[in-house]
Design a protein around this ligand. Structure first.
Ligand SMILES: [Zn+2]
Length: 828
């Protein structure tokens, strides 16, 4: 039995087409770290070494533990308490027959659980249980043993059975346990790793250090990839305060990129403690970078834990991007703390032809593992003179020092993240109002792309270029991996045009979103099939810089070409507002940033090329995508999961579930909101939608935007037509479109009769494919002759069939359901 506990790591993808290519990142060579040996290290090692206490093994029957929605019933078997640690029992192991029952509270989580285990609740017999806890479980077990008068038994086979398992599993719990042992006000946890049932090994935990305390899930492998399938995760019934322990305030980061691309960094960070009594502070840093030292403001060396007990090979395979620093004394809420962290390693890869892949863009400097906090950054870089470097913030200086270039960037607004890019660039600039835009592009294409655009007989990547963007991941990975020696220059006219286009888009987006949040914008290339948006810095796939004609000659499909060349630059540009001016905190809200950014990009393209109906075509394409059967089963793409599952949509069942669902459905949800808010009779039909975007960006400027606030803002401006429940609430909309799956299918049955004045249209609108409780306001249009369709009326659906009756001045030749695409639906 070997289960690894998931550790939350920062996910700041914000990208379109999140499918990082297979660029391997080497781990820094082994370094003898000069770390202080703290009492915590000794405790950590002792916790790892805990085994079942041979004097505390008992036969038990009919004993159950309840933790929130979890019931763990030990029916008949042997339990062994772990050896006491500083007088406390912190775990137990069980062999025999047991059963675990979990019922998630809300329907989305029931749905998620059902997708993984085939039922909306978990009721699983198991034969082995590994229990760890810092809550009152020990007292409960001891009280049960006392009440039944259970006597210890001698069972050497039981003990030796568990020895190796404890050796494997303890290290995944020791740091978590230490955080509570050290704290005078611990945030306790309870975890059970279960085996022997039909589901294989899985875990159930209730951890008050998580915003959503109850978790069920398991590790699964697919095609060499390791996934943590999160079956269900939800808040416990009891209310808990925020589990955040610190809040970052300032960073000063000095970085040297060596000639061999090794990154050496020193980050001085200032943060504020939010809780009393914390000793172990979790930090995010790419596993490709090895921490060398941590010091506090008095220069005292602090101990830290980074991918302990893993070899260098294992770090890449199963390590994580977290490390834990041992504070010299327990934190006091409100206290400001200054630490200096030194690290080095390899997060930059050479893609050939002088093109570099800057990886770990969200984890190249250490930062607390908390939700996004906006703060200030001061960045100093030192890099080989032959290369160019761009970074977030305002560049205050760049000069040469021998073979080196040195530059200094200071953030002029609060930002949640900092980043840089590196290459040998050609540049082109444009102005958009007071914003200075620079487009940087490599002088050549990286080897892999270069080969793609020089197709040779038998080169499969050129002939089987991908057609749909959701299928790009694998196809492009193949293309990128097929390296070739012949360099191909990037035509420079492209970058001048791109700079002007981005300038034009920026001005256009300001009409929807308000002033651009930064004084300058650097656009830079990334040799990968993805784009990302950092404050004032865009990363665009190198493919974006290849002219469309060249792409077409190489067999790149129209839709991929549209995604990379037409959409990506403006999608990432829109993230400057939606993602960098406001940010999401919970993974459940990431869809809002993706949906809003993508919709803004489509609005811009639509206004720029009105004859091409870009928005309508994109919505139609997304609808088709969502209705398409997934190759992994009988379901359609929409059924991979609701938007509110965020990155949990990626699992071994659907490795690219996030990118398949979030962009398509997120864009549709934003479109449906805009359509509901639209007033076709007003001078500015979109005034309400524009007001919504402005209000959200203004009220949440440089902070997080939770879904509840989007809902609240909508309820403030909603029209009576949007109040389908007559409760002055938008709950119906979010429950149906964000927290559930389902795309309604509509069909009509009607008859037309001549009346005294005009015609009576009477009929039934059928709604299928969604629950009977599904609410919608469906517009019906009539056509007669070649004239434009005329609105006949709206049908507010209730149940499978809704009857309607409308009056028409002229005789309708045909009645169409929502021809203007205001709803994500299938119409017949
Ligand atoms: Zn995006």
């Amino acid at each position: 039995m070997l289960v690894h506990v998931p550790v939350a790591t920062a996910r700041r993808t914000r990208g379109i087409l999140v499918c990082a290519i297979g660029v391997g990142l080497a781990v820094a060579g082994a370094q003898a770290s000069r770390r202080a040996s703290s009492p915590e290290r000794k405790l950590y090692e002792e916790l790892n070494a805990l085994r079942a206490d041979r004097t505390h093994v008992y036969h038990i029957q009919e004993f159950a533990l309840h933790r929130d929605a979890v019931r763990l019933a030990f029916e008949d078997g042997t339990i062994g308490l772990l050896e006491p640690f500083e007088g406390r029992v912190l775990g137990a192991v069980f062999s025999g027959s047991a059963r675990v029952l979990v019922t998630p509270r809300d329907s989305a989580e029931k749905w998620s659980l059902s997708r993984f285990v085939g039922a909306p609740l978990l009721d699983e017999p198991v034969s082995k249980v590994y229990l760890r806890f810092t809550d009152g479980t020990a007292a409960e077990i001891e009280s049960y043993l006392k009440s039944t008068g259970a006597k210890p038994v001698d069972d050497p086979a039981f003990l030796s059975d568990w020895d190796a398992v404890l050796g494997n599993l303890n290290p995944t719990n020791s740091l978590r346990t230490l955080r509570d042992l050290d704290s005078p006000s611990p945030l306790t946890y309870f975890q059970a790793v279960l085996a022997g049932g039909q589901q294989g090994n899985f875990e159930v935990s209730v951890d008050t250090r998580r915003p959503e305390q109850v978790l069920l899930g398991q590790v699964r492998y697919r095609e060499g990839g390791r996934y943590y399938n999160l079956w269900a995760m939800f808040p416990s019934g009891e209310s808990h305060g925020s589990p955040e322990s610190v809040e970052p305030l300032r960073y000063s980061i000095e970085t040297t990129v060596q000639d061999d691309l090794v990154l050496r960094g020193r980050t001085q960070m200032t943060f504020r403690a939010l809780r009393d009594g914390e000793r172990l502070i979790p930090m995010v840093l790419s596993r490709g970078l090895r921490v060398q030292s941590v010091r506090d403001q008095s220069g005292q060396t602090l101990d830290f834990f980074q991918n302990e007990d893993l070899s260098e090979k294992e770090v890449l395979r199963k390590g994580d991007d977290l490390f834990f620093v041992v504070a010299p004394e327990p934190t006091r809420a409100g206290q400001e703390i200054h630490w200096e962290v030194e690290y080095s390693g390899n997060v930059i890869a050479d893609a050939g032809n002088g093109v570099f892949y800057v990886g770990a863009r969200g984890a190249w400097y250490p930062h607390p593992n908390e939700a996004a906090h906006f703060c200030s950054f001061d960045l100093t870089f030192r890099w080989p003179r032959r290369l160019d470097l761009v970074a977030t913030g305002n560049k205050t200086d760049e000069h040469e020092e021998g073979d080196w270039r040195v530059g200094h960037w200071v953030s002029d607004t609060p930002t949640a993240i900092a980043g840089f890019n590196l290459g040998s660039y050609s540049r082109s600039s444009a102005e958009a109002g007071s914003v200075h835009i620079t487009v940087n592009v490599n002088q050549q294409l990286e080897q892999a792309l270069s080969r793609l655009f020089r197709p040779q007989p038998g080169n499969p990547t050129a002939e089987s270029a991908p057609i749909g963007w959701r299928r790009t991941s694998e196809a492009w990975k193949m293309a990128y991996l097929a390296a070739a020696p012949s360099p191909l220059p990037v035509p420079t006219p492209v970058i001048g045009q791109l700079a002007r286009d981005i300038g034009e888009a920026l001005r256009s987006m300001e009409q929807w979103n308000g002033a651009f949040p930064f004084v300058r914008l650097e656009v830079s290339p990334l040799p990968a099939a993805l784009g990302q948006s950092w404050p004032g810095l865009l990363y665009l796939s190198t493919l974006t810089f290849v002219p469309k004609e060249t792409q077409q000659r190489a067999g790149v499909g129209k839709r991929v070409s549209f995604s990379f060349t037409d959409l990506m630059p403006f999608h990432e540009l829109a993230h400057q507002w939606w993602g960098n001016l406001v940010d999401y905190t919970s993974y459940r809200d990431e869809w809002m940033m993706e949906g809003l950014a993508n919709y803004c990009a489509l609005l811009y393209l639509d206004s720029r090329r009105p004859a091409e109906h870009v928005l309508a075509h994109a919505l139609e394409g997304y609808r088709e995508d969502l209705l398409e059967r997934i190759p992994e089963g009988s379901q359609i793409t929409d059924q991979i999961g609701p938007l509110s599952l965020g990155h949990r949509l990626d699992s071994s069942l659907t490795p690219d579930g996030f990118s398949r669902v979030i962009y398509a459905k997120g864009t549709w949800v934003v479109h449906m909101l805009r359509m509901m808010l639209q007033d076709p009779t007003a001078k500015d039909p979109d005034a309400r939608f524009r007001g919504l975007l402005h209000a959200l960006l203004e009220k949440h400027r440089f902070s997080a935007l939770p879904e509840a606030d989007l809902r609240g803002e909508l309820e403030r401006i909603m029209t009576p037509h949007m109040d389908l429940e007559s409760l002055h609430s938008m709950d119906w909309f979010f429950e149906q479109w964000v927290h559930a799956t389902g795309i309604p299918r509509y069909s009509l049955d009607y008859k037309v009769a001549a009346g005294t004045t005009g015609f009576q249209v009477e009929g039934t609108l059928r709604q299928e494919g969604v629950p009977d409780t599904f609410l919608a306001r469906v517009p019906l249009y009539m056509t007669s002759g070649p004239a434009k369709p005329v609105l006949l009326g709206w049908v507010e659906t209730s149940g499978i069939e809704t009857r309607f009756r409308f009056h028409a001045a002229t005789k309708p030749a045909h009645i169409a359901i929502d021809p203007g695409q205001t709803l994500l639906a299938v119409t017949q």
